[in-house]
Ligand binder design. Structure first.
Ligand code: MG
Length: 216
């Protein structure tokens, strides 16, 4: 069946690091940018070379009586215990921030937002994520997709995972399908299994934004 979608340009010239090359089937985007996501979509399975890097982030916070409300992925989770932290203690957003910074070897969340500084006390961790992704974009990079796992014995995260995906996709300006949030219990083993801690692991792929001058 023929597609009703408007045809894409037959080719476009990409310029990067002083070198120009013509790639077939590339889509021109608004501000003179071509996003590699689109390049990949149009390459019909043959991956077009682009600059990509990956970042890894992990985090852990203690759980217990008192403390702050349990906040994960920008979502408040109803739980009979709190989390110990200087900021809002969002383990998933902290790991995400580290993954974003790590993708470009920019250090870690502790060096950017020290817990010794009063301005970071009680801070909404979404601000850390936005600052990190803004720094990536300032340097000419953007996130492509995120995969993550939250380790928590209880409560079960259930529908909250979809809310977390939604919030992270908003913070990173990514489509929902580019954000994955998974959850695992600790099987009653270790700090997570004894409900003493919540942990998160995040992997993020980033790509260099490419300048573009279409040739028709
Ligand atoms: Mg943390």
């Amino acid at each position: 069946m023929a597609s009703s979608a408007a045809p894409w340009p037959a080719r476009a010239t990409l310029s990067r690091r002083g070198v120009s090359r013509t790639i077939p089937g590339v889509k021109a985007c608004g501000d003179g940018l071509v996003f590699a996501n689109d390049v990949l979509c149009q390459s019909q399975g043959s991956r077009t070379t682009t600059d990509c890097r990956i970042g890894l982030g992990t985090d852990c916070h203690a759980l217990g009586a008192g403390g702050r409300p349990l906040r994960i992925g920008g979502v408040t989770v109803d739980a009979p215990f709190g989390v110990a932290a200087h900021s809002d203690g969002d383990v998933l957003l902290h790991a995400l921030t580290d993954a974003l910074l790590g993708s470009l070897s920019l250090g870690d969340i502790g060096s950017w937002f020290p817990d010794s500084e009063a301005e970071n006390r009680d801070r909404d961790s979404s601000e850390f994520v936005v600052a990190a992704v803004d720094e990536l974009r300032r340097r000419g990079w953007q996130p492509v997709n995120v995969d993550s796992t939250v380790h928590l014995e209880r409560p079960k995260l259930g529908p909250s995972k979809e809310q977390m995906r939604q919030r992270i996709s908003e913070l990173l300006r990514l489509p929902l399908e580019a954000v994955s949030v998974k959850a695992k219990s600790g099987e009653r083993v270790g700090p997570v299994g004894r409900a003493e801690a919540v942990e998160a692991q995040v992997v993020v792929l980033v790509e260099r934004m490419v300048s573009e001058s279409p040739t028709g």
